[in-house]
Write a protein that binds this ligand. Structure first.
Ligand code: KIV
Length: 289
C-alpha cells in the first residue's frame, strides 16, 4: 500500500540514537497507546514510539498524568508491542511507580520490559533521579530521562509553564542533563525549555536530546500523536503543529452513518445477508406467524 514504507529500514535499538547524533541525522518520536496507532506510527517510519503517561490526558480524560497506573501503561505497551516491529519501544514509568524505593522502581520497570515488551523506560526528574538511573542501567534497563517541564510535578510546579528561564534555572537544567548522561541515561527529553538552553544541552551531551517545546536544535523531536493529528480536546500548546483534523473526519463519518441509518439507506442489501436461494424464505415467514 502506498502509505507503507517500501524499503522499511532495520529495527531501531538504543545505540541507533547515538549513531544518528554522531552523523547529525534527526530522528522522530511519537506517542502511541494502542494497536492501530502503533501500526500507523511504526509503518510510517517513526524511529521511537513512546507509550507516554500523556495517555492520562489524551485517552483517559484524567486532566493530568498523576492518576495513570502501571497497569494502564502495561496494557498499552502490550498493544503497542503487537502493533509495532521497527521502532524503539519506550514505556513511561507512571507517577508513583518509581518514587518509593529503588527496588520497587526496578521491579516495575522489569514488568514493563518482561511482560509488556518495552525496550526502554522513561522517567521524570534531574539530579534527584541520578542514583535510580544508575541502578536501572546496572540492571540492564535502558533509561530515557525527562527534564524541564515534568508533568508529574504539576502540583509542585503549579501548572505547565516554560522551565529554565532564569540563568540559575538554566544552569541547573544543563547540570541535570549532564548528571543524567553520567548516570547512564541514553537520551534526555527536554520539555518546554527555551530553545537556546536546549541547544546548549544538545551540544554539551553525547547522548541524544529529545525536544518537545524546546526548539529545532534537539537531536530528536517528540510530539503527542493525538495533538499532531487533531484528535485531542482543549487548547493546543504553541509548540504543536497540527497536521490533520481527524476529530472532524471522525465526527463527519459518525454523522453520515447516523443520517443513513435514520433515512433507511443503511444497511443496504449489499451490506446484509440473504437466505440461500434453495431455502424458501416465504415458508419460514408463514411458519413464524
Ligand atoms: O507522556 C508523554 O507523552 C511524554 C512526552 C510528551 C515526552 O512524556
Amino acid at each position: 500500500m502506498a502509505y507503507l514504507q517500501p524499503d522499511k529500514p532495520e529495527k531501531v535499538y538504543v545505540p541507533a540514537l547515538r549513531a544518528a547524533k554522531e552523523k547529525g541525522e534527526k530522528l522522530v518520536c511519537l506517542t502511541a497507546y494502542d494497536y492501530p496507532t502503533a501500526r500507523i506510527v511504526d509503518e510510517a517510519g517513526v524511529e521511537i514510539i513512546l507509550v507516554g503517561d500523556s495517555m492520562g490526558n489524551v485517552i483517559h480524560g484524567y486532566g493530568n498524568t498523576i492518576p495513570v497506573t502501571l497497569e494502564e501503561i502495561l496494557s498499552a505497551v502490550k498493544a503497542v508491542k503487537r502493533g509495532s516491529s521497527r521502532a524503539l519501544l519506550v514505556a513511561d514509568m507512571p507517577y508513583g511507580s518509581y518514587h518509593t524505593g529503588e527496588n520497587t522502581a526496578v521491579r516495575n520497570a522489569l514488568v514493563l520490559m518482561k511482560d509488556g515488551g518495552a525496550e526502554a523506560v522513561k522517567l521524570e526528574g534531574g539530579r534527584n533521579r541520578v542514583d535510580l538511573v544508575k541502578r536501572l542501567v546496572d540492571e540492564e534497563i535502558p533509561v530515557m530521562a525527562h527534564i524541564g517541564l515534568t508533568p508529574q510535578s504539576v502540583h509542585k510546579l503549579g501548572g505547565y509553564s516554560v522551565q529554565g528561564k532564569t540563568s540559575d534555572a538554566a544552569q541547573r537544567l544543563i547540570e541535570d542533563a549532564k548528571m543524567l548522561e553520567e548516570a547512564g541515561a541514553f537520551a534526555v527529553v527536554l520539555e518546554l525549555v527555551p530553545r537556546e538552553i536546549a541547544e546548549i544541552v544538545t551540544k554539551e551531551l553525547k547522548i541524544s536530546t529529545i525536544g518537545i517545546g524546546a526548539g529545532a536544535n534537539c537531536d530528536v523531536q517528540v510530539l503527542v500523536l493525538h495533538d499532531l493529528v487533531g484528535l485531542s480536546f482543549g487548547r493546543l500548546p504553541r509548540f504543536v503543529r497540527q497536521y490533520a483534523d481527524i476529530r472532524e473526519v471522525m465526527t463527519e463519518a459518525v454523522q453520515s452513518w447516523m443520517e443513513d441509518v435514520k433515512n433507511g439507506s443503511y444497511p443496504s442489501e449489499k451490506e446484509s445477508y440473504g437466505m440461500p436461494k434453495d431455502v424458501d424464505a416465504k415458508s419460514i415467514k408463514r411458519q413464524a406467524s
